[in-house]
Design a protein around this ligand. Sequence first.
Ligand SMILES: Cc1ncc(COP(=O)(O)O)c(C=O)c1O
Length: 448
Amino acid sequence: MTAPDSSGTVAVRQDEAFARELDRADPLAHLRSKFEIPRACDVGASNVGSSELCVYLTGNSLGCMPKAAREAVISELDDWARLGVEGHIHARNPWLPYHEVFRHSGARLVGGRAGEVVMMNQLTVNLHLLMVSFYQPTAQRYKIMIEDQAFPSDSYAVSTQARFHAKAAGFDPAAAVVRLKPREGEWTLRTDDILQAIEQHGGSTALVMLGGVNYLTSQWFDMAAITSAAKKKGCTVGWDLAHAAGNVPLELHDWDVDFAAWCSYKYLNSGPGAVAGAFVHQQHGDRTDLPRFAGWWGNDPSDRFVMRPDFVPRPGADGWQLSNPPILAMAPLRASLELFDSVGMNVLREKSLKLTRYMEQLIDAIPGNAAGQRIEIITPRDPARRGCALSLIVKHDPRSAAEWLKKAGVVCDFREPNVIRAAPVPMYSSFRDVWRFVSVLASQHVSG
Ligand SMILES: Cc1ncc(COP(=O)(O)O)c(C=O)c1O
């Protein structure tokens, strides 16, 4: 066997035994046992044994449950039962400063400094709260640049922010959102085209806010280059990291990103509707001149209970909090980030590159698919420009292909009209999972 090298290149064989060999050689294989992988029969598979686990490739939607999450939640429930209100001070993880548990682990995840990251709210809420501070349009500089294939919630957020300001600032909200489109016949954006758009619109753009890894294509934008170019033009730069946090290594502080937000239910495996994250660069953390919507949890904790009416923000990202932390929702996040900390993003990324490259090579090797005639990969071919997921256009009867996968116990994601997204996640996906996914997909056209 030839093991994958660090760029993810591997001389593949197409048989299952080879996948199993790769799993045996995988230094992170033990992490899988720390997760609950659903049984195939519970998630829509037919004709499979009752104990067979599914092939779970939808961590880009909802990550699998870390086993430690259950214990973390139960421990908070026990403390609540035992201590009642005293749990705010005397719980094993006291509830009053609970969000501080993530001060370092949250920052490490996105390349922030301590104090630049806070876990709070939901992703779209955080985008809005951060735009309150960082989208300050004028009649001359009012545009918001996003990718045309932005997740709908981001489109709604930026267009309603523009409308909110338009009258007072004196601009036409219909002209405010600049959507970056791929070239005709292409699925992903070329970095040069993005830089060109920044050059063209930069002078009238207040905010550039793309998804670090695009939700549909898994394209990982050149965040450093885009941030730098936009800032040179005087724009503020924010990133939606829903598909990037826990997926790719990030250096938000060093890249000079102004703000970012992400959810924790995808690659961060923290459960449905999990508490989201927010990053505010150190250079803005203490600014009292920025408009912000305030709540008592963003207030200086030393006089929080003095109950004065005037708001004194605590320094850093913490000052953007509104409400007291939802402990039961944050407990799984604690369990999950401990796992991330025990491995580190760079080590996870090494395995991720190999898993995704393996999937790509198996798809390319499907008989009759050398030029993507049956299944076209629309995710960038350059490993440096993509996250773990591959997005595939199934040329023949894509809905049946999605059904076929489900029946065979492969859980991945179907986006209308014809895109299947499959995310091998280095924390818990195996090379055999990847092999099984591709063999089921390939067999559909033969048997289905
Ligand atoms: C890129 C992106 N942005 C925003 C959202 C919305 O997240 P939330 O429901 O946590 O606000 C999602 C959800 O999947 C997403 O993928």
